[in-house]
Design a protein around this ligand. Structure first.
Ligand SMILES: Cc1cc2nc3c(=O)[nH]c(=O)nc-3n(C[C@H](O)[C@H](O)[C@H](O)COP(=O)(O)OP(=O)(O)OC[C@H]3O[C@@H](n4cnc5c(N)ncnc54)[C@H](O)[C@@H]3O)c2cc1C
Ligand code: FES
Length: 371
C-alpha cells in the first residue's frame, strides 16, 4: 500500500477510536449527572410501604430492585401489558408505548404500565397486596428432559428461599443469562409442577426460533447450573365452583393444565373435567400415558388428544381436525361449563369464539396466552 494512504488509514482509525472513547465517557457522565434524578420515594398503598430509590429507572425495575415484583411477561419491553399498576402521583404523561394498552376506564383510574413509567420524582402507587408475597429465587437445574422435538421440561431445586407457595396454574419468570451478544432477559413460564412439591418448580418450555430465552434454555442451560426466577404470578387458576371443566391446550400450554389436573387428583376433586389437547402430529404429543393413567384414577376426567395434520397411514385412531372443531363436536352445549385455555393467542382466540357459540359466557372462560 502507498505509505501516504497507509498513514491516512491509521490516522482515521485512531480518530474513530478516540471519538468512540469520548462518546462512551459522555454517555457515562450523562447517565450519572443528567439521567440521575436523585433520591425519590415510592409510596405504596397509601404509606403501607415507602421505598427510597435513586430516580431515573423504570418503576418496574426500581420496585424489583427493592424486592417488589410486578407481573411482567415481556421483560419490560412494553408489549405484554401484564405490569399494570395504579399511579396516583408522580408518573408523568402516558407514553406512546402505553397508549394502545390502556382503556378509557383504566386511564380514568390512573392505571399505567410500570415498565414505561420513569421515576423522576416521588411517586405514589397502588398494587394488590398479593404482589408483596412474590419472591426472587436462586435455584439449581437438576434435570432437563426432552418431551418432544421442541419441548423441554426443566426441574429446578429451590436453593434460596427453599420453598414456594403457589396456586396450580400460576407462572414464574425465569431469568436467562447473557450469551453470544444477547442480554439477560426475563420470560414468563407456567409452573407445571404441583403446589405440594414445594422445594422444586418445573417448567415446560417450547423452542421459539431465534427466541432469546428459549435458545438459552435449549443450547446453553446445563444440568447443575444455577438459575434465577421470581414468582408466583397470575390469575390463571381453577375457580372454586362445581361447574364441569373444559381444559383446552396446545404445545407447552400443557404446563399449567398438567399442574391443575394433578392438584385436583391430590385434593380428590370429583369435578367433571375434559381435557382437549391439540397437536399437529403424533410427534407433538407428550404425557399421553400419564394422562391416560389419570383418567383411571379420576373417574370424572376424560383426555381427548386431537391431531390436525397426522398422515392417514400412521394408524392414529384418536380424534383428528382442528382443536376448535374437535371441541365443538364433543361439547355442542357448553353453557354450564367453565373453560381453562392455555397456548398461543391464535388458538385461544379461536377457541373462545367456539365456546361462545356453544353457549358459554365469556366471563367463564379463563386463559393464559403465551404471547
Ligand atoms: C403468562 C405466560 C406464561 C407462559 N408460559 C409459557 C410456558 O409454560 N412455556 C412456554 O414455552 N412459553 C410460555 N410463555 C411464553 C414465554 O414467556 C416466551 O414468550 C417464549 O418462551 C419466547 O421467549 P424468547 O425469549 O425465547 O423469545 P423472544 O426473544 O421474546 O422472541 C423472539 C421472536 O419470537 C416471537 N415470539 C415470542 N414468543 C413466541 C411464541 N410463543 N411463539 C411464536 N413466536 C414467538 C417474538 O415476537 C419475536 O419475534 C408464557 C407466556 C406468558 C405471557
Ligand atoms: S412488562 Fe410487559 S408491558 Fe410492561
Amino acid at each position: 500500500m502507498n505509505p501516504i494512504v497507509a498513514h491516512g488509514v491509521i490516522v482515521s482509525t485512531l480518530f474513530l477510536v478516540a471519538c468512540g472513547a469520548v462518546l462512551a465517557v459522555l454517555l457515562v457522565l450523562a447517565e450519572r449527572y443528567i439521567l440521575n434524578f436523585g433520591p425519590c420515594t415510592i409510596d405504596i398503598n397509601g404509606g403501607e410501604k415507602k421505598l427510597q430509590v435513586n430516580g431515573g429507572g423504570s418503576l418496574l425495575s426500581l420496585l424489583a430492585s427493592q424486592d417488589i415484583f410486578i407481573p411482567s411477561a415481556c421483560g419490560g419491553r412494553g408489549s405484554c401489558a401484564y405490569c399494570k399498576v395504579t399511579v396516583d402521583a408522580g408518573g408523568g404523561m402516558i407514553t406512546p408505548v402505553e397508549d394502545p394498552y390502556l382503556s378509557p376506564e383504566e386511564r380514568k383510574n390512573n392505571i399505567r404500565l410500570s415498565c414505561q413509567v420513569k421515576v423522576r420524582s416521588d411517586v405514589a402507587i397502588r398494587i394488590p397486596r398479593e404482589y408483596f408475597s412474590v419472591k426472587r429465587y436462586r435455584g439449581k437445574l437438576i434435570s432437563k428432559k426432552q418431551m418432544t422435538h421442541d419441548i423441554f421440561e426443566l426441574r429446578i431445586e429451590l436453593l434460596e428461599p427453599t420453598d414456594i407457595e403457589f396456586t396450580a396454574g400460576q407462572y414464574a419468570q425465569l431469568e436467562s443469562e447473557e450469551y453470544k451478544g444477547h442480554e439477560a432477559v426475563m420470560r414468563a413460564y407456567s409452573i407445571s409442577s404441583v403446589p405440594s412439591d414445594r422445594h422444586y418448580v418445573e417448567f415446560m418450555i417450547r423452542k421459539v426460533p431465534n427466541g432469546i430465552c428459549t435458545t438459552w434454555v435449549f443450547e446453553h442451560l446445563r444440568e447443575g447450573q444455577e438459575v434465577r426466577l421470581s414468582g408466583p404470578y397470575g390469575e390463571f387458576h381453577l375457580r372454586p365452583t362445581e361447574a364441569p371443566i373444559l381444559f383446552i391446550a396446545g404445545g407447552s400450554g400443557m404446563a399449567p393444565i398438567w399442574s391443575m389436573l394433578r392438584d385436583m387428583k391430590e385434593k380428590e376433586s370429583g369435578r367433571k373435567a375434559m381435557y382437549f389437547f391439540g397437536a399437529q402430529t403424533q410427534k407433538d404429543l407428550f404425557l399421553v400415558d400419564e394422562l391416560r393413567q389419570l383418567e383411571k384414577e379420576m373417574p370424572n376426567f376424560r383426555f381427548v388428544p386431537a391431531l390436525s395434520n397426522e398422515p392417514s397411514d400412521t394408524g392414529w385412531s384418536g380424534d383428528t381436525g382442528l382443536i376448535t372443531d374437535v371441541v365443538a363436536r364433543h361439547v355442542p352445549d357448553a353453557s354450564q361449563h367453565e373453560a381453562y385455555l392455555c397456548g398461543s393467542p391464535g388458538m385461544i382466540n379461536a377457541c373462545v369464539n367456539v365456546l361462545k357459540q356453544a353457549g358459554l359466557p365469556e366471563a367463564k372462560v379463563y386463559y393464559d396466552k403465551f404471547a
